[in-house]
Design a protein around this ligand. Structure first.
Ligand code: FES
Ligand code: FES
Length: 198
């Protein structure tokens, strides 16, 4: 019996449901861009190296080029199109705008989604590779430029706008990014604690 190579799936993206047939090999990135016209998410390397395709899956950062669309069914997918609250930009978007955190803008959607994840992960107490004291009781480390650079290191910018990107992430974090938007990385303290000891 020949096995089926395609399925009809329903993806929940930015609060909307989309039902579509997909070949099982279709990545989430291609489903977003080529099938659903959600072209805010960019394709750079298409092999998990550049971060241009970063989206939030159940509030966690992920590169959509390494995620199969069929595996994203049932998850909450947030793309850059879904981070603003109507006409009100997300605080991370506003900070990128105010501080010129971009040049050509190609990497910017991925940078913004990643930055939203960074701020939430940091607030939840997740350590990074440059955190000095990783004991849970130490709490979140100061979100220094080194911490931001490390945590954003999966997002490359060919224009080299890194200085402004770091400043924008710091400003958005200081401003107390609104966690009630669709873009909020919904990481429970329990999940954060589990991740911290994993
Ligand atoms: S396009 Fe996905 S990481 Fe580069
Ligand atoms: S702003 Fe051009 S690649 Fe980052």
């Amino acid at each position: 019996m020949a096995l089926s190579t395609s399925s009809v799936i329903t993806l929940k993206i930015n609060g909307e449901k989309y039902t579509l047939p997909v070949d099982h090999r279709t990545t989430l990135l291609d489903a977003l861009r080529e099938r659903l016209d959600l072209t805010g998410t960019k394709k750079g390397c298409d092999q998990g190296q550049c971060g241009a395709c970063t989206v939030l899956l159940d509030g966690r950062r992920t590169v959509a080029c390494l995620q199969l669309a069929v595996a994203a069914e049932g998850r909450e997918i947030t793309t850059v199109e879904g981070v603003a609250d109507g006409e009100q930009l997300h605080p991370v978007q506003q900070a990128f705008l105010d501080l010129d955190g971009y040049q050509c803008g190609y990497c910017t959607p991925g940078q913004i989604c990643s930055a939203i994840g960074v701020i939430q992960e940091h607030a939840a107490g997740w350590p990074s590779a440059v955190t000095d004291d990783i004991r849970p009781e130490a709490g979140p480390p100061p979100l220094t430029a080194d911490e931001i650079r490390e945590r954003m290191s999966g997002n490359l910018c060919r224009c080299g706008a890194y200085v402004s990107i770091v400043e924008a992430v710091a400003r958005a974090a200081e401003a107390g990014t609104d966690t009630s938007t669709a873009a909020a990385a919904r990481i429970s303290p329990e999940a954060a604690a589990e991740e911290a000891v994993a």
